[in-house]
Design a protein around this ligand. Structure first.
Ligand code: SPV
Ligand code: MG
Length: 513
């Protein structure tokens, strides 16, 4: 059965066939090319490699004329064997070939020269089971039965394992005449594209070894693709096609996603799930946004700020994301995240919002402001830290003057300026009013807690609550209190993040990749 790429080879196997015909016509067509050796032989080889990877069935390759003379056939056969291809069929025509159903009286190769191609191919196979099928075009080119038999005999003597006798007649009379006179001196292969109405049993009775259904997966997919494209174009909708196309799940099944999941369980380190709490409750409205649109829902090139932030978290393997929303909560939405409401957002601060999601602060946890964007490596670097609590600090923040409230950081050690220097720095405090000579950087609104760190964080929330301070505290105050009791590691970065406070920030965020 014909196939022309990896997925069609899989479908051939799924249907129960015992072999694949890698058709020259359809492999070319799949590339948008003519069946005239427009794809180079190495490009064909690349497609064959995908097909061989996709199926365990033997693949008989349509080798056209062998891509040149005996020398090209030698190299082609060696490369086919390297790729686990089961056999090749070469036809007795001239390079560059033309499809047999185009025109009349195509010139044939000199018999002796073609026998040289066959011998060279057989001498070059590195797999004993490799087969070389010699295709006789004498009937197609109008040279008659005697010439077809003469050529078949010569090719058989030259070492061909089988003879493909091709015909473009609409009935199989000349095929049966050939098989009768040939008397199975070598196995016979046929391609009944034009004499398709002949019952297959008659071919069996004639002792034919192999039938190639040469192009029907390509032709059926063209019909289906054309129909689907026209429907969607006409309807500007998917409604009418949804029921008749293969499901996305079907694609996953065919290409073997289940095996990948299995392999992931076997090979990926079993990392306990990391959670995240994103704080997006504060009003924080931005001039320029529609009234009632919270900042975290600002559009950044077709995605909300929140979606981008959660996307970065997910790329780093953070799965369970809780978003605390408050102001305009009905406008804060994102698939696949848990929404937690701080309905007292107007009179409470960040610590209260965090406390609203305290049940999510369990095991390894990331805490982030909902209006920040950062490059993924920053988060990855926090996630691989061995510290129980680690905060991301921008060392440039110390020197740049930006408007707005900034969470400034004092640590026991400044950034040394050496990017390879990872000797630890420990947090002393985070606040907005810090004397310029004390500032070591700006907190990016991103922190990671180990399971033990998360426990400390919960304890500190409880302590604030017990002291009646939870409502008014912000995250810098909470982290500063934590730092007084436990080591809080400072990880320095230089830029590659931003928080969206102003319209200028928003414009910058749109350029942030
Ligand atoms: C092919 O499938 O490319 C073939 C068979 O060679 S035919 O198109 O009938 O020549
Ligand atoms: Mg062909």
């Amino acid at each position: 059965m014909e196939a022309h790429d990896g997925i069609s080879a899989k479908l051939v196997q799924e249907a129960g066939f015992r072999g694949v015909w890698a058709s020259g016509l359809t492999t070319s067509a799949a590339l948008g090319l003519r069946d005239s050796n427009e794809a180079s032989w190495t490009q064909v080889l690349d497609v064959l490699e995908y097909m061989a990877d996709a199926t365990t069935l033997p693949i008989l390759v349509d080798g056209d004329t062998g891509h040149g003379n005996f020398n090209n056939v030698r190299r082609f056969v060696r490369k086919l064997c390297e790729r686990g291809i089961a056999g090749v069929c070469i036809e007795d025509k001239l390079f560059p070939k033309t499809n047999s159903f185009i025109g009349e009286a195509q010139p044939l190769a000199d018999v002796d020269e073609f026998c040289g191609r066959i011998k060279a191919g057989k001498d070059s196979q590195t797999d004993d089971d490799f087969v070389l099928v010699a295709r006789v075009e004498a009937l197609i080119s109008g040279q008659g039965m005697e010439e077809a038999l003469r050529r078949a005999e010569a090719y058989h003597r030259a070492g061909a394992d089988a003879i493909l006798i091709h015909s473009k007649k609409s009935d199989a009379a000349e095929i049966f005449e050939f098989t009768e006179r040939w008397a199975n001196r070598a196995p016979v292969v046929i391609v009944p594209t034009m004499y398709y109405a002949t019952p297959t049993d008659l071919f069996r009775q004639a002792g034919i070894s192999t039938i190639i259904w040469a192009n029907h997966l390509m032709r059926s997919s063209i019909a289906a693709m054309r129909e689907t494209a026209a429907r969607i174009h006409e309807d500007q909708s998917l409604v009418r096609v949804e029921g008749s196309v293969a499901t996305v799940k079907d694609i996953f099944r065919i290409v073997g996603n289940a095996e990948l999941e299995e392999a992931e369980r076997r090979y990926l380190p079993a990392r306990p799930a990391v959670s995240a709490v994103v704080l997006a409750a504060s009003g924080g409205e931005l001039a320029g946004l529609a009234a009632g649109q919270p900042k975290c829902m600002a559009d950044i090139r077709g995605q909300s700020l929140l979606a981008r932030l959660v996307g970065t978290l997910r790329e780093s393997g953070v799965r369970n994301v809780s978003v605390v929303r408050g102001a305009h909560k009905e406008a804060v939405a994102l698939q696949g995240v848990r929404m937690v409401d701080n309905d007292r957002h107007a009179s409470t601060g960040e610590a209260w919002s965090l406390a609203s999601a305290r049940d999510a602060i369990r095991g390894e946890t990331v805490v982030a402001y909902g209006d920040v964007l950062f490059r993924r490596y920053i988060l990855d670097s926090l996630l691989t830290s061995r510290a129980d609590v680690v905060v991301a600090v921008d060392t440039l923040g110390a020197t740049q003057s930006r408007p707005g409230q900034r969470d400034l950081v004092v640590a026991d050690r400044r950034f040394s300026g050496d990017y390879l220097d990872d000797s630890p720095a420990t947090l002393r405090r985070i606040a907005q009013d810090i004397a310029p000579d004390e500032i070591c950087g700006e907190w990016m609104g991103l922190a990671r807690f180990s399971a033990r760190g998360a426990e400390w964080l919960r304890e500190e929330i409880a302590a604030l609550e017990a002291e009646g301070l939870l409502e008014g505290a912000d995250l810098p105050a909470l982290l500063t209190r934590l730092a007084a009791k436990h080591p809080v590691r400072v990880k320095y970065f230089t830029g590659h993040w931003l928080d969206v406070d102003t319209l200028t920030d928003l414009a910058e965020a749109r350029n942030f990749t």
